[in-house]
Design a protein around this ligand. Structure first.
Ligand code: GLA
Length: 382
């Protein structure tokens, strides 16, 4: 599927700019468990998938840069010396942000043209934004021989998101998209930005995504609010991040925080623990245990961290009613997007059909089902 995407982007580039482009594919990600823990210095467990962003780029001698978002049929011309954030919510900010952050590091780039297109829906909680940022930084690094390491590149992508898109995201999405490894999920320690790959073979089970088709917008202050609530509690406890804190530590300041924020911090502490337990469960091939941890994660996201929505909760409730689903939870930032389900392979089709029907009945709209393969991270396409 992504092969066709790459071909389409390439053909368009040749037609528009009459030169052979450099081709980059940058994947989206799933996350098995470990939500809203990355910006708390905790553990996450993501994997890159076979869907993402294909980008074609080349140097330009027109005296300016051109960027084209093929899916949106939108084109913009800009000058490198005059980069500034565009209006909130516009796709240019992902490109401008990366360019600005490269320039901030005193790396010199020249004019360039870029055309890109994706096959993960935006707002699905699968990090189309990180995929786009990474495709831009990776492509520019190649094109202008910037000598950036992959770690430097993801930090540039993350800063682009902070400063141009306005979401104070953690490092999970950019890391997973850049460093993804075929057939593996990555247990990433966000304190050190180092990951351990885990081969994923659930034998007669598989991961299945169901998209509520409710589009979240993370720049909705809700995400940034969660982050600053966590940071203020860490500050009260005189630590860098909530990663350093135990449930007992948190109890010491119970009188100094609101009950809502207390629950949020408690969720983070527990989710970091669950993520480490999940890695053990995978190692021991204990899928029942893994499934239970995944359900517990959703419970925390719904009731303690409060980043779910009715549609996501409904999909998880449907999963709970079916004994062939070992675990299900919302995935990504929340307020919409996908659930991730650990389900018996033989039942995946019939479950997704019956859930789709129930979802339609309840909300009078469609959900979408995705089967994904765990794949390699951002790379050049030859
Ligand atoms: C978004 C952010 C990530 C992470 C998740 C929640 O995807 O970009 O950094 O915080 O939400 O786990």
């Amino acid at each position: 599927m992504s092969k066709e995407l790459i071909k389409e982007v390439k053909i368009n580039f040749l037609k528009t700019f009459k030169t052979e482009p450099l081709l980059v594919f940058s994947p989206g990600r799933i996350n098995i468990i470990g939500e809203h823990t990355d910006y708390n210095g905790g553990f996450v467990f993501p994997a890159a998938v076979d869907k993402g962003i294909a980008a074609a780029l080349q140097k330009s001698d027109s005296g300016h840069c051109t960027a084209i978002a093929l899916d949106l049929d939108s084109r913009i011309e800009f000058e490198l010396a005059k980069i500034k954030p565009s209006k909130e919510g516009s796709w240019e900010n992902y490109v401008f942000g990366v360019v600005a952050e490269i320039q901030n590091r005193n790396k010199i780039i020249g004019d360039f043209n870029i055309i890109f297109k994706g096959n993960i829906p935006g707002g699905a909680g699968m990090s189309s934004s990180a995929a786009l940022e990474n495709s831009v930084v990776f492509g520019l690094n190649e094109l202008f021989d910037l000598g950036l390491t992959k770690t430097e590149m993801i930090l540039i992508s993350q800063k682009a998101e902070h400063n141009y898109v306005g979401v104070k995201c953690g490092i999970m999405d950019q890391y997973a998209s850049m460093f993804g490894k075929k057939n593996n999920a990555l247990l990433l320690d966000c304190r050190t930005i180092k990951a351990k790959p885990y081969k994923i073979n659930f034998k007669d089970h598989q991961l299945l995504l169901i998209n509520t088709n409710v589009k979240h917008s993370l720049s909705d202050s809700a995400y940034n609010d969660r982050r600053s609530a966590c940071e203020s509690i860490a500050k009260l406890l005189k630590v860098e991040t909530l990663r350093e804190v135990s449930e007992e530590d948190l109890e010491q300041i119970i009188d100094k925080v609101t009950p809502e924020n207390y629950q949020k911090a408690l969720y983070v502490i527990q989710e970091i623990e669950r993520t480490q337990k999940a890695a053990k469960a995978i190692q021991n091939n204990d899928l029942d245990k893994l499934g239970a941890l995944i359900y517990a994660s959703h419970n925390g996201l719904q009731h303690q961290y409060k980043v779910s929505c009715d549609e996501l909760d409904f999909l998880v409730d449907q999963a709970k009613k079916n004994k062939n689903v070992l675990g299900a939870r919302m995935m990504g930032g929340g307020f919409g997007g996908c659930t991730i389900n650990l389900i018996a392979k033989s039942e995946a089709k019939s479950f997704s059909e019956s859930v789709a029907k129930a979802y339609k009945n309840k909300f009078n709209k469609e959900c979408s089902v995705y089967f994904v393969t765990l794949s390699d991270g951002t790379h050049l396409v030859k």
